[in-house]
Design a protein around this ligand. Structure first.
Ligand code: FES
Ligand code: MG
Length: 570
């Protein structure tokens, strides 16, 4: 079968000439157009995404591999989404990046693509785009940064920022110490090295079968990552001619494997949204309850922050994901195909755990089965909500308390230090209009900092409910992703101060103790919050974004197209 790229380069006359001569301008000789596979290298490098700042170096290693295997590599930039700098939230742009990657793949003369990602949203965006474009694809996540080290103590991305910020507010550390800590946390390029969203999505990508074994864990600056990049390039050439395609890799069974792995690593709640969105692109049936039902089968085995003690370096040195997969293989599907051309378990056969403290045996887990992400439903969240049980104080996982409600994050921050704030350890803090439509972009504000008054009293956790997300590096009894969100009239919009709310994680319930009649009356008086600017991407996003239980993808991006070359402009 003729390669897709030959529709461009193999042409005679004007169109073939135009495709070839433009690249001759870069010095490529005629042999590059002889029918060898063209491998696109989609690169989410950006200095505004420091987590991905080393990806150009990795791209060079991928090119070496492509050339060794007889392919022709062409690198192209793809939209980069950096968590720390982009406002209001990278999640507002994940679908835009996915749409860009899909269209770049489809519109260009590539037979397969290598997608280089790292920071939280770049990985799911690439998987979504690749799923929809249908051209063979392989990912390479850029790897975690080196562990942070503050005064001899290992410190983790996000997790220790949240901790140290609260300590600063509680007065147990000084401003000078806090500033010193700032220079000790990010010791290299690479993504967050806690089991936050980036590490989670890297592991999930590997578990789905979309990147090479071991690629999720090795530090960004480890020389072996360059070797992995070479191997990724070599594999991409094979994929271009023999597949498998993304739809043949990311099957229902592959998603089930990813959900099980996510439970064993104590992965981010964000993985729920991203996997739902990727599955939606492929027409794979997947819903919230799958995460609960499947995830509850495995205990938490990987002892990494935020739920545990260690960081990604220790995980990699302990054997990384292949060793974990070998350990939990009895729970996983063997009959799946990965980008190696083999099954997931075959890829990992013989991998050994080198440190049972970091990757625990099944008989000695960090937390027992059913300690991960629980899906709650009830009259406050008919479309569901999630809570990461391993990140919460156990006493709060079955709790009833009075609501203290804020219509915006800013409203809450304005009173956070108020000594007269009517709040106790039993209060259920509600913040709304922080969902996909409401904010817009569903930011990571669901792990609201505690009121000063409670901090001063030594309290370090509180039930918080919102239609927002929380950082994968965060912790706390935070009920997130409430659907439908308040801004579209979800019941969260109807809660008033003092209403009793029950969070019952064991019973999977989220209940507002207000009668249906009273709620109907409140609904009659409800008006949607004022919308923001009404143009451009934000307008398109607000008009078409689906709720959290559908993965927050745009309704018209669901599904995929075949990978046939588009028509030429004769
Ligand atoms: Fe990029 Fe955490 S900020 S991965
Ligand atoms: Mg994050």
């Amino acid at each position: 079968m003729a390669l897709r790229s030959q529709a461009w380069f193999g042409g005679t006359g004007k169109n073939g000439f135009i495709a070839r001569h433009s690249l001759r301008g870069l010095g490529y000789g005629g042999q590059h157009f002889d029918g060898r596979p063209v491998i696109g290298i989609g690169n989410t490098f950006s200095e505004l995404t420091p987590c991905n700042a080393h990806l150009r170096l990795l791209a060079e290693a991928v090119k070496r591999g492509v050339y060794q295997a007889g392919g022709f590599p062409l690198e192209f930039p793809a939209m980069s989404l950096g968590e720390p700098l982009m406002r209001p939230s990278t999640m507002l742009y994940r679908n835009l990046a996915a749409m860009e990657i899909e269209e770049l793949i489809r519109a260009n003369p590539v037979d397969a693509v290598v997608l280089l990602t790292g920071c939280d949203k770049t990985t799911p965006a690439a998987l979504m785009g690749a799923a929809s474009a249908g051209v063979p694809a392989i990912l390479l996540t850029g790897g975690p940064m080196l562990n942070g080290n503050y005064r001899g103590r290992e410190v983790g991305s996000g997790t220790d920022i949240w901790r140290m910020t609260e300590e600063l507010r509680a007065g147990t550390i000084t401003e000078a110490e806090f500033t010193e800590f700032e220079s000790c946390l990010n010791r290299s390029v690479g993504h967050c090295m806690t089991m936050g969203t980036a590490s989670t999505m890297a592991c999930v990508t590997e578990a789905l079968g979309m990147q090479l074994p071991g690629a999720s864990g090795l530090p960004a600056v480890d020389a072996r990552r360059g070797t992995l990049a070479e191997q990724t390039g070599i594999r991409a050439v094979a994929l271009a001619t023999g597949g498998p395609h993304p739809a043949e890799v990311m099957t229902r069974k592959a998603f089930e494997n990813a959900i099980l792995v996510n439970a064993a690593i104590g992965g981010s709640t964000n993985a729920v949204l991203h996997l739902l969105a990727i599955a939606g692109r492929l027409g794979v049936p997947l819903d919230l309850e799958d995460f609960d039902r499947l995830g509850a089968r495995l205990p938490l085995l990987v002892d990494l922050m935020p739920s545990g003690r260690f960081l990604m370096e220790q995980f990699a040195y302990a054997g990384g994901l292949p060793a974990l997969i070998e350990r939990i293989k009895d729970a996983l599907h063997a009959d799946v195909l990965t980008v190696t051309g083999q099954g997931l378990l075959a890829n990992c056969a013989g991998s050994v755990v080198h440190d049972d403290e970091v990757i625990r045996p099944l008989a000695n887990p960090v937390q027992p089965a059913d300690s991960g992400t629980a899906v709650l439903r009830g009259n406050l969240a008919p479309g569901g909500a999630v809570v990461k049980q391993s990140a919460a104080e156990p006493r709060l996982l079955n709790h009833t308390g009075p609501a203290l409600v804020f219509d915006s994050v800013e409203d809450y921050h304005a009173v956070i230090a108020d000594p007269d704030l009517p709040v106790t350890a039993d209060t259920v803090l509600v913040v709304r209009n922080t969902g996909p439509v409401g904010y817009p972009g569903m930011p990571e504000v669901g792990n609201l900092p505690l009121p000063q008054k409670l901090l001063d009293a030594g309290i370090r956790d509180l039930v918080r409910i919102s239609d927002a997300r929380m950082s994968g590096t965060a912790f706390g009894a935070c009920v997130l992703h409430v659907a439908p969100e308040a801004a579209v009239g979800g019941p969260l919009a109807l809660v008033r101060n003092g209403d009793l709310i029950t969070v019952d994680a064991p019973g999977r319930r989220l209940h507002l103790h207000v009668s249906d009649a009273e709620l109907a009356e409140r609904r009659a008086g409800w008006r949607p919050p004022a919308a923001g600017p009404d143009r451009g991407w934000v307008r398109l996003y607000r008009e078409h974004v689906q709720q959290a239980d559908r993965g927050v993808d745009l309704d018209f991006l669901v599904g995929s197209t075949d990978s046939a070359p588009p028509r030429a402009a004769f």
